[in-house]
Write a protein that binds this ligand. Structure first.
Ligand code: COA
Length: 393
């Protein structure tokens, strides 16, 4: 093959300071914990501290990538999120300042529910195909928040993924032809005046399954490959049982070998502990898969991306020889295990906290132990702080 073969050169995840265990939530809601563990496939959810948000999580995920590869070749920063803090300014610009990224780059924010990180990957590969020396920093960072007491409450969560996209990638070479599907459906959305999403749970489950099936049909029109040829599948995981449901639906609709059902297992443990992280979810599944399996070199893996509203994409990549040397398995595991468990009362307080909107100066208490934090709001501006700057200052 000639020309650049862009893909994921480095991949890092970050999540929150706190976690709420589903056993705690079940006890307070008077629900059988088995409903959450077995029915939804969730054990705990990440809960942001008062001084954490999509920017602090994304910066925490990106910093080790920049430390390893430098910033000289980064000419584009794509920030995928549906937890936008500003209707105008891209969240990536706060991160650009925090991480001291080059001024010679473009920065934009992308939105389409949980799908937009996949759009960011595709835009990145197109840019690199045209200019192979450049690298693109892709961030996917979200906080999934639903109303207290709603059916969706146990499927909350929060996390970020940072990916360095380059020609000649060390981890995953993306293949050029994906399968696409878009259709106008109201299964999940968040009007500008709401902090929590509105969701029609049953519609979202069937819309997800139908969209994935349609995206796979389109993939097959462009690629001569059967489902059985994939070594593993990384689905969007609003709750991990959803990935199993969608996978089974796809296998049933194609008469594929039922033995393939296990091909998603290694991709779910991280999301089982984190909860829904919207745009980051499919790529946390990918990090989890690569961290937990050592037999994937040279194998095709599928990434199955879905964003309510809705857009689905079935894309594939080839895991690169020697990929395990480039992974961040220990750091990824620690990001999840180091979270501090919180009480139900503390979780409720954090859930209901709202920033003042009066434009005055408001400092936020220091809770997060992450390298970056939201220090306050002043004159309607978000003020971020790097722990490193703090220490030296
Ligand atoms: N032990 C084991 N399993 C149990 C159980 C128990 N005691 N009680 C219920 N369950 C199972 C149910 O059988 C069901 O499994 P199934 O779907 O395989 O049949 C599962 O737990 C969920 O139960 P259900 O009654 O359907 O839950 P719910 O009405 O409270 O809501 C969602 C579930 C997913 C609809 C809700 O959490 C939601 O709206 N989530 C957000 C939307 C979302 O993420 N959509 C995904 C597409 S993006």
């Amino acid at each position: 093959m000639t020309g650049p073969h862009p893909g994921i050169h480095d991949l890092s995840l970050a999540t929150t300071h706190y976690r709420l265990d589903h056993d705690t939530l079940a006890r307070h809601l008077g629900v059988d914990p088995a409903k959450f563990h077995d029915g939804l496939g969730q054990d705990s959810m990440s809960v942001p501290a008062i001084d954490e948000d999509i920017v602090t999580m994304a910066a925490t995920a990106a910093a080790p990538i920049l430390a390893r590869h430098g910033t000289d070749r980064i000419r584009t920063i794509l920030f995928a999120t549906e937890t936008g803090a500003d209707q105008s300014k891209a969240a990536g610009l706060y991160l650009h300042g925090l991480l001291d990224l080059p001024t010679t780059c473009r920065v934009v924010e992308l939105k389409q529910a949980c799908y937009s990180a996949t759009a960011a990957l595709q835009f990145a590969t197109a840019l690199i195909s045209r200019e192979p020396r450049q690298q693109v920093l892709v961030l996917a960072s979200d906080i999934a928040a639903y109303e207290l007491g709603s059916a969706a409450e146990p499927t909350q969560g929060a996390a970020a993924v940072a990916m360095l996209i380059s020609a000649d990638p060390a981890i995953l070479r993306l293949e050029p032809h994906s399968g696409l599907y878009s259709g106008d459906v109201s299964d999940f959305w968040r009007p500008n005046y709401r902090t929590e999403a509105v969701v029609d749970g049953a519609t979202s489950i069937s819309a997800y399954q139908d969209a994935v099936q349609a995206a796979w049909s389109d993939y097959q029109r462009h690629n001569n490959r059967e489902l059985s040829e994939f070594a593993a599948f990384c689905y969007h995981q609003p709750f991990t049982k959803m990935a199993h449901k969608a996978h089974r639906h796809l296998l049933d609709s194609t008469d594929a070998d039922a033995g393939l059902e296990a091909a998603i297992n290694a991709s779910t443990p991280c999301n089982r502990a984190i909860g829904n992280s919207y745009t980051a979810s499919s790529y946390i599944a990918l990090a989890c898969l690569l961290d937990h399996r050592d037999d994937l070199a040279g194998q095709p893996v599928a990434i199955v991306s879905y964003g309510s509203g809705s857009v689905a994409e079935f894309l594939s990549g080839i895991v690169q020889p020697g990929y395990r040397r480039h992974l961040r398995t220990t750091a990824n595991v620690q990001a999840i295990t180091r979270r501090t468990p919180i009480t139900y009362e503390r979780y409720r307080t954090l859930h209901q906290a709202r920033f003042p909107t009066d434009g005055a100066d408001h400092d936020l208490p220091q809770e997060s132990a992450a390298p970056y934090r939201l220090a306050g709001i002043s004159g309607h501006k978000r003020i971020y702080q790097s722990r490193k700057a703090d220490d030296t200052g």
